[in-house]
Ligand binder design. Structure first.
Ligand SMILES: NC(=O)c1ccc[n+]([C@@H]2O[C@H](COP(=O)([O-])OP(=O)(O)OC[C@H]3O[C@@H](n4cnc5c(N)ncnc54)[C@H](O)[C@@H]3O)[C@@H](O)[C@H]2O)c1
Length: 462
């Protein structure tokens, strides 16, 4: 099949690379010429500057020039195309609704090319972007307005988790296709032929609107579950003495009906999707006259969670951050990615700067390059207070307190490193519960404040 993937961010690049492994002729297209040039080089370092996913650079290197091609212009390749996957950004507007301007701009660029095709074979436009319910129908209307002949529309939402994108694209738990006609479903089945009759992968065919809704319900349900643990489990652990969070989790999730995934407490769930998708669904329901109270509470809990540990540090540990130096371990929104969109670290930095810290000593194994973009001193001179460090040790030295914001494995059991680098009195703020032997730290004079536990002052026995 000849396929165009429009938009080569996390979703588009991964999708293009992985479907090219099936021997399709895949053209990955983006208006960002610098990005396309970087991908075309097939050099790991260049690719990972934009999308850093385990195994992705290798898949690209193996398929480029044979099955996978990178283009910044689709006009020359539009003839003979069977499908165009739209993997375009759909960021939130200030009122929470989805900003579809990138999406419609791309469509308005592509539609005239489709209208002028010589071959006029059936072509399916497949939405992979997360878009409000009913958007595929708008897509159909736009293409009709441009007199595009012989086309179909489909919705194929993407569920890949960042940090494991390649593996999960190769072995998804489900493929959801919403389309109107058997002809279009058949074209998409040929693209995904390795998944259609797979014993473990559910291949679901439905209407475009249902497929769009499946994406929103899935993401908001996952965030609801995470927020339940933070807003209920976490609060219980922080309020009542002697409740052990890890035992609570094990006890509850021993029930087969209750998921272990998401049954942890943390300083909030970030990333480019959860926050934006829940706000978009709230907006979609409310503008349709429905209540979205549950979703609104979930969103509020998640946002509160991102920086409430700073409030606890002031109220419970009595720390005044003014003129203090704080080591910030982890900037990415989760481990195994360099993505910082909506990361909790953004809220932590904001909160620390607002409290007048002297310095933020930041460390992250992958996201420093991204962080420098997010914390550009030209946008806010206070970002000059952020210094970047190549090791945990370097970040810790000279600090008065530390904050673990990302669940990188290298932060797990970090207590000995802390003891080697900084002397008490010292406050350890653990947003990910990464220090199982925290009691030893406390016995050695460090104070410990973790999500899901009461504050432990230096020397406390419980
Ligand atoms: N990131 C995820 O984990 C994830 C998971 C599931 C779904 N999604 C959804 O997938 C969509 C894409 O997300 P993403 O994270 O890949 O976004 P992204 O911002 O990383 O990438 C989007 C790409 O589209 C390109 N682009 C913008 N306008 C264009 C145009 N007119 N023509 C061609 N290319 C254009 C941009 O240059 C960029 O490279 C969003 O709707 C998102 O909600 C994302």
């Amino acid at each position: 099949m000849k396929i165009i993937v429009a938009g080569t961010g996390f979703v588009g690049l991964t999708h293009a690379a992985v479907i090219s492994e099936s021997g399709h002729e895949v053209y990955a297209y983006d208006i960002d010429k610098a990005k396309i040039a970087a991908y075309r080089s097939a050099e790991r370092e260049q690719i990972e500057r934009y999308v850093n996913e385990p195994g992705l650079a290798t898949v690209i290197a193996e398929n480029i020039g044979r099955y996978l091609f990178f283009v910044d212009d689709i006009k020359p390749i539009i003839e003979g195309t069977d499908a165009i996957f739209l993997c375009l950004p759909t960021p939130p507007n200030p009122n929470g609704s989805s900003d579809l301007s990138y999406y419609f701009k791309a469509l308005n660029d592509i539609a005239p090319l489709l209208a002028n095709r010589v071959d006029q074979r059936r072509i399916v436009l497949v939405n992979k972007s997360t878009v409000p319910v009913g958007t595929a129908r708008q897509l159909e209307r736009i293409l009709k307005e441009h007199d595009v002949p012989n086309f179909g529309i489909a919705s194929n939402p993407e569920f890949l988790p960042e940090g494991d994108a390649v593996e999960r694209s190769r072995r998804p738990d489900r493929i959801v296709i919403g389309a109107d006609t058997e002809e279009d479903l058949r074209i998409i089945r040929r693209i995904y032929s390795q998944f259609v009759n797979h014993v473990r992968i559910r291949y679901i065919e439905t209407t475009p609107e249902t497929a769009e809704a499946i994406k929103y319900v899935s993401n908001t349900l996952l965030l609801t579950y995470i927020s339940f643990w933070n807003g209920v489990g976490g609060r219980i652990g922080e309020t009542f003495p002697n409740v052990r969070m890890e035992d609570l989790k094990r006890g509850v999730t021993s029930d087969d009906r209750i998921s272990t995934w998401g049954s942890y407490v943390s300083n909030g769930a970030g990333g480019s999707c959860f926050g934006k998708d829940i706000q978009s669904l709230i907006y979609q329901l409310q503008t349709a006259g429905q209540s979205a109270d549950l979703l609104q509470s979930v969103h509020n809990i998640n946002e509160y969670q991102k920086s409430y540990l700073l409030e606890r540090a002031v109220a419970e540990a009595g720390i005044n951050f003014n003129h203090k130096s704080v080591a910030l371990l982890g900037l990415a929104f989760k481990k195994q990615t360099n993505d910082m969109r909506d990361a909790s670290s953004l809220k932590v930095v904001e909160g620390l700067l607002a409290r007048g810290v002297r310095e933020i000593r930041a460390y992250d194994p992958l996201a420093i390059h991204e962080a420098k973009r997010f914390f550009d001193p030209n946008k806010n001179h206070l970002f000059e207070k952020i210094t970047y460090h190549e090791t945990v040790q370097e970040a810790l030295r000279g600090s008065d307190a530390m904050f673990i914001s990302t669940d990188w494995e290298e932060f797990r059991g970090i207590s000995r490193t802390i003891e080697q680098c900084v002397e008490p009195p010292y406050l350890v703020i653990d947003g990910r519960r990464m220090i199982p032997d925290f009691e030893e730290l406390v016995a050695h004079g460090y104070s410990y404040l973790a999500v899901g536990s009461p504050y432990l002052a230096a020397g406390a026995t419980k």
